[in-house]
Design a protein around this ligand. Structure first.
Ligand SMILES: Nc1ncnc2c1ncn2[C@@H]1O[C@H](COP(=O)(O)OP(=O)(O)OP(=O)(O)O)[C@@H](O)[C@H]1O
Ligand SMILES: [Zn+2]
Length: 777
């Protein structure tokens, strides 16, 4: 693998002042661009820079180059330019064919950051760069090329000659000429003919006389989405901070003023007012003319959350997944031009091209959606950490339930803890009751709402409060079960139970979206009469409507929330009190701040618990603590009922006690014993292919090679597995996996880099590597 040379990689001013003799020599001859492509191979290619591009082309530009034997033109990224060095054979070099944008897409810091991601997550630089630039920017969405006309000023003719030609122009041509002259900028044909009140003839004549010329110009036609976004939003003053908030802010301000690239873990209980602290910290950097990036989970990009930022700052760009290419391009340009104060967005907003970044914030830092599941498999938290270091700006990781990863860094004093242990306005944390449903007659009858939760809901609703019910399974029933053979019906392509969606009468695979009419007989044993067992949100909704007929109920899950704006509609209705009971999946678990919610029900706390997953306990704790946090945010207080069949489970008990410290101590103890993350790093190699045996064999082969290489190179990396992946069959492929485990991630990276070129290939078998995986399926 040819690693790029650091010397001429970034900006020209980083070149050594006194080049070596051979460099001086070749500098007179060849000028080369270092080019990376969106391919899985991490290699830098050298291309000649034609004379005409020399003064323009720099690192950070997107270019078009001929590639491969057929010399197909492909888009690629220039990561460095400079004179060829003596090792560079000059013959047979191809040349850059075109520069694709009129300004570089990356500055030196972004190039360093993306190079770091490629190294840290074992993918190619080109893949990272490709992922960082939105499609709308690449295809220049929302812009078009138009022909414009301008005066030719530098004419190679004597001035009096020109004056004479002009004085002899017919009236209409003269009018066109004068319009252009007084406009002092290029005009389109329409603009020109309208202002000169003529047809296109005179324009063409002037062109023939070489007095004017036409050229192509790219113009934007962005619809001004921002005005609409700001319509109806009243500007609001910052709140008066309470003591905890004040203390938190002061700590942050001193880091901001000291230009420290350090990380703060803001551990504030649910409802402690973290957002207000973020806002006032942003206020400081905005006052210096700098920008702030706020990362939030996609599902937390609620209208309520967006409004909180828009009501405080004049220009907030919200980057969510429903943006059109053109809107995304518009925001990118505005951000790059420094016109945006605050960028709020999901994972990929960590790459926002803010020119004067002052602060990065990650809210709900425990969310797994900050990890990207396709190449480049980066974690936005780690990328943000690196970016903050490179830019010398603080990073804030906020959560009521920080990850154990972040928490260990606090314990080890690598990051700084800021605590906000109390809710605002002296509100109490809600009381949480753990309900053991093992002996509940209703649950035994296959209902979802047990006796205690039912009574609780009744009281809350009668007192005029609102209720949130949380269930992490969508669909009607998560399984179609056969009495005959005791199996449930699985997807024909995946080893996953089909979920019955009653509204469409379809059995759906939640992994590959395969769907079919539910079979009448068991596909395995042929017995008739399959039973729908268990409950998802659809069935829960039905039960709620039947049991609480006088109250209005809305379901929020990815089935009901497909349309753009559907999310906003339901939340607005809930805020207005038009909805009494809101039920749903993860979507309703985070960030919502509705003071009238007096009861939260966790319908089944065990769904997360029994996953064959290292993080099952941590996720269960986070989820319950977060859902519980949605209540007691007003003067009426609030209660939480957690239904479970494992009432003694520490993750559940600690969440019920709002005891993050206790939970983290316990769980970190376990992890340490097992030498598991965050005490070690994992990289997961996942293989897939159409034939199980061959996938298994190949997995063994790879694992052996890696294990041999580790002992040969004396790298302290353990190979765990291979074993069938928890979902052994997915989308028609059989899957096996193994882990590389080490105390330091560098050892894993080094081992992989040593061996990756030498790994065998097997037709029809693909494999990937996922460093610091969060998804173990
Ligand atoms: N200093 C303050 N005075 C009065 N109200 C405040 C103050 N700070 C925040 N609030 C209000 O408290 C509520 C909770 O704040 P916020 O949503 O920021 O909490 P949070 O810490 O982010 O909670 P969660 O982790 O549950 O999302 C909001 O309605 C906010 O407007
Ligand atoms: Zn499937």
């Amino acid at each position: 693998m040819s690693k790029p040379k650091q010397r001429s990689l970034f900006e020209e001013d980083e070149l050594p002042e006194n080049p070596m003799p051979w460099e001086r020599e070749s500098a007179q001859g060849l000028y080369l661009a270092q080019i990376v492509l969106n391919r899985p191979v991490d290699r830098v290619f050298h291309y000649l820079v034609p004379e005409s591009m020399r003064s323009v082309l720099r690192a950070g530009y997107r270019v078009r180059v001929p590639f491969g034997r057929g010399n197909q033109f492909v888009a690629a990224y220039c990561v460095g330019v400079g004179p060829a060095d003596e090792n560079q054979p000059s013959i047979r070099l191809k040349a850059v064919e075109a520069i694709l944008d009129n300004r570089p897409l990356f500055n030196a810091k972004m190039l360093k950051l993306t190079r770091w991601i490629a190294d840290r997550y074992l993918c190619s630089w080109g893949q990272v760069l490709e992922c960082v630039v939105p499609a709308g920017v690449k295809n220049q969405a929302g812009t078009r090329l138009v022909t414009v006309f301008e005066l030719i000023t530098a004419v190679p003719r004597a001035e009096n000659e020109v004056a004479e030609v002009i004085s002899k122009l017919p009236a209409k041509q003269r009018a066109v000429f004068d319009v252009l002259k007084s406009a002092n900028k290029p005009l389109t044909l329409d603009e020109l003919t309208q202002a000169a009140n003529c047809g296109s003839g005179p324009v063409q004549s002037l062109k023939k006389k070489s007095l004017i010329r036409s050229l192509q110009k790219r113009v934007s036609q962005f619809s001004n989405g921002d005005e609409a976004a700001y319509a109806g939003i009243k500007k609001e003053d910052d709140l008066q901070l309470n003591i905890d908030q004040r203390r938190a802010l002061d700590q942050l301000l001193s880091a901001i003023r000291g230009k420290e690239g350090s990380t703060f873990v803001l551990h504030g209980v649910t409802g402690s007012g973290k957002t207000e602290v973020y806002i006032q910290a942003i206020r400081e950097v905005v006052s210096y003319g700098q920008q702030a990036i706020v990362l939030v989970p996609e599902i937390s990009l609620t209208p309520q959350a967006i409004q909180r930022f828009r009501s405080r700052f004049d220009s907030v760009a919200v980057l969510h997944s429903h943006l059109s290419d053109s809107d995304r391009h518009y925001h990118w340009q505005n951000i790059a031009a420094g016109k945006v104060q605050v960028i709020v967005g999901a994972r990929s907003a960590v790459f926002a091209p803010a020119p004067h970044l002052g602060l990065i914030i990650i809210d709900e830092e425990h969310e797994t959606s900050f990890k990207q599941e396709t190449a480049p498999r980066y974690h936005a938290r780690e990328v943000a950490r690196k970016r903050s270091e490179l830019e010398g700006v603080p990073l804030i990781l906020g959560s009521a339930t920080p990850t154990l990863n972040s928490w260990l860094r606090v314990i080890e004093k690598k990051d700084t803890l800021i605590s906000m242990p109390n809710r605002v306005n002296n509100l109490a944390m809600p009381g949480v009751n753990i309900i053991d449903v093992r002996n509940d007659a209703r649950i035994r009858r296959n209902e979802s709402i047990g006796r205690v939760l039912h009574t609780g809901m009744q009281h809350a609703l009668e007192a005029g409060g609102q209720v949130i019910l949380f269930l992490n399974l969508r669909g009607y029933s998560p399984a179609l079960w056969c009495k005959g053979c005791g199996n449930s019906v699985t997807c024909p392509h995946c080893e996953i139970s089909l979920t019955w969606h009653r509204d469409k009468n379809l059995a759906v695979c939640h992994s590959c979206e395969f769907s079919s009419q539910p079979p009448k007989q068991c596909p395995r044993c042929g017995a008739p009469g399959l039973r729908f067992v268990g409950a998802g949100t659809q069935r829960l909704e039905e039960e709620v409507r039947a049991k609480f007929p006088g109250y209005s109920c809305k379901r929020m899950d990815s089935d009901t929330m497909r349309g753009v704006g559907s999310h906003a509609k339901v939340l607005n209705a809930f805020a207005a009190g038009d909805v009494d009971i809101l039920l749903g999946t993860q979507m309703i678990a985070k960030g919502l701040d509705f003071p009238n919610v007096t009861l939260v029900g966790v319908v089944d706390a065990d769904t997360m618990l029994h996953q064959p997953d290292l993080f099952a306990s941590e996720r269960t704790f986070q989820l319950i603590a977060q859902v519980a946090g949605r209540t007691g945010r007003g003067m009426q207080g609030g209660r939480v009922f957690v239904q479970t069949a494992s009432p003694a489970e520490p993750a559940i008990v600690k969440a019920a006690e709002h005891d993050f410290l206790g939970f983290s101590q316990l769980e970190l103890g376990h992890r340490k014993e097992m030498n598991a993350p965050p005490y070690s790093h994992f990289a997961r190699v996942i293989l897939r292919g159409p034939q199980e045996e061959r996938v298994q064999d190949f997995a063994r082969q790879l694992a052996q090679i890696l294990s041999d290489a580790a002992s040969e190179k004396q790298l302290d990396v353990q190979i765990l597995g291979p074993a069938p992946a928890p979902i052994i069959r997915l989308k028609k492929y059989f899957r096996y996996h193994f882990q590389l485990a080490a105390a330091n991630v560098e050892a894993i990276l080094q081992l992989w880099n040593e061996i990756t070129d030498k790994l065998p290939r097997e037709k029809a078998i693909e494999y990937i590597i996922d460093v610091d995986p969060v998804n173990m399926r």
